[in-house]
Design a protein around this ligand. Structure first.
Ligand code: ZN
Length: 452
């Protein structure tokens, strides 16, 4: 080894998929700040710090990747003049791990040595190998895109458009991959407006399509809408562009969302970002605090909805002071390590349901409910009839069952699923309760509504 003053030390090691996950810092391993997703490409980054008497020279960095029979070594030789700078990728050594090299069987070690003399400067870990602790998404994140015809417009969901959505989501979502397919179009016989009118019923219609299809429990539905000739034709300013409920883990009936699908140019990522945001709600995420959204997650750890740690988009580092979390209303957006961790937990859970017996009762019996929509301005109306695998979670709300004379015949407690971007939400009223003898109307709070 060279002496301390003229040697080069490894001061930090991190892995990037979309977010920086620190493995070691200041010579010690640290607890990872977010999951490293198995079977997904990753960038390994090595920070350097020369001693005070360092003479600029070529340095060889060697990454040993232990991965059973597919083990290999990657080597980079480059001149090192100064300490690494956080914001500059080129000031660090970087290596790409192939998707197949990101698994719980993977071990890593990094050795720095003099590029000409091959004398060693430093090694991480000091001895042995570092076991890469990965997390499996148990398969891809699966989305069915539903083209929704409304206001006389049907969105285009051709192959290039689908791959735009797919590519974006596969960058910012914590899964091994994202797989999308396109459903037959559905048509709405009511209008959508920028102030939110009609959006509640459009979301109800999307959920009803998913219920009717009864797909595997891990499949999310996303209704794509173009309610105008262009985004500006639909919306002059400050409009609703997407809607979802903030779905609880077991709310199979709410595994979906809707949003606009306008593309003003090739560089336009607004619709993809809207999808990542809305499906984030469907995956249980509340808002991060930027742009004055409602329902802010009180546990969001960073001020101003910042992403907290440096992001990586596959080419560039993304500054944590500039980028805001995808669950904010601010731009530019990326994903924080916090949201990455939260969405991963949900994807891992729903993918784990596939093939599991507990998601369907043995008889295959489904709970029949009628959606009661509490609209944005307080008006209540009936929505779709649905057959659910199980009762949704949500805030318990009392619905009174009334007879013709207005006498209360009974009370049912039903779950309330609130909207992310509008006042109101959905109540799921059991059809059995509405069919009880003598029941002609229901009352929720101050609102009375005739049984359909
Ligand atoms: Zn939102």
């Amino acid at each position: 080894m060279a002496t301390d003053v003229d040697r080069l030390r490894i001061v930090k090691i991190a892995v990037y998929q979309a977010v920086e996950v620190t493995l070691a810092q200041g010579g010690a391993d640290v607890a990872p700040n977010a999951p490293i997703i198995a079977d997904r490409e990753a960038l390994v980054r090595v920070w350097l710090e020369p001693g005070v008497a360092w003479q600029p020279r070529e340095v060889e960095a060697e990454l040993a990747i232990g991965n059973g029979t597919a083990s290999r070594t990657a080597t980079v030789v480059t001149p090192v003049n100064a300490a690494s700078v956080d914001a500059e990728l080129a000031s660090t050594f970087t290596f790409t791990l192939r998707a197949s090299e990101v698994s719980d069987a993977t071990t890593l070690s990094v050795t720095l040595s003099d590029g000409a003399l091959h004398t060693p400067f430093d090694r991480w870990p000091e001895r042995g190998e570092h076991s890469l602790n990965t997390s499996s998404s148990q398969g891809p994140f699966t989305v069915t895109l539903v083209p929704v015809t409304v206001n006389g417009y049907t969105p285009v969901l051709d192959t290039p458009t689908v791959s735009r959505f797919e590519r974006y989501l596969s960058h910012v979502y914590p899964a091994s991959s994202v797989v999308m397919s396109v459903h037959a179009p559905i048509s709405l016989d009511f209008a959508l407006a920028g102030d939110g009118t009609g959006w509640d019923d459009a979301l109800d219609a999307l959920y009803a399509v998913r219920d009717a299809d009864a797909p595997a429990p891990n499949v999310y539905y996303y209704g794509v809408l173009t309610p105008g000739a262009s985004l500006t034709d639909y919306c002059a300013s400050d409009c609703v562009v997407g809607l979802s409920t903030v779905a609880a883990r077991s709310d199979e009936g709410y595994r979906g969302a809707i949003g606009t699908g306008f593309f003003e140019s090739n560089a336009d990522t607004f619709s993809q970002e809207t999808m990542a945001h809305e499906l984030g709600h469907a995956l249980g995420r509340e808002h991060a605090p930027c742009g004055h959204p409602d329902s802010v997650d009180p546990r969001y750890p960073y001020p101003y909805g910042q992403i907290g740690v440096r992001g990586y988009d596959g080419r560039n580092l993304l500054d944590p002071d500039d980028y805001k979390d995808e669950m904010t209303y601010c731009v530019p957006v990326w994903i924080s390590d916090y949201t990455w961790t939260g969405i991963f937990g949900r994807i891992n859970y729903v993918n784990g349901l596939v093939g599991s017996q507990r998601v369907r009762s043995a008889s295959g019996a489904r709970l029949r409910v009628r959606t009661l929509t509490l609209g944005p301005s307080g008006q209540a109306h009936w929505g779709s009839e649905r057959a659910l695998a199980r009762a949704p979670d949500g805030e318990p709300t009392n619905v009174e069952l009334l007879d013709r004379a207005g006498a209360v015949l009974g009370v049912v407690t039903v779950p309330f699923a609130k909207f992310d971007h509008l006042t109101g939400g959905f109540l799921s009223v059991p059809s059995e309760a509405l069919a009880r003898a003598g029941v002609t109307s229901v009352r929720v709070g101050a609102t009375t509504l005739a049984v359909p």
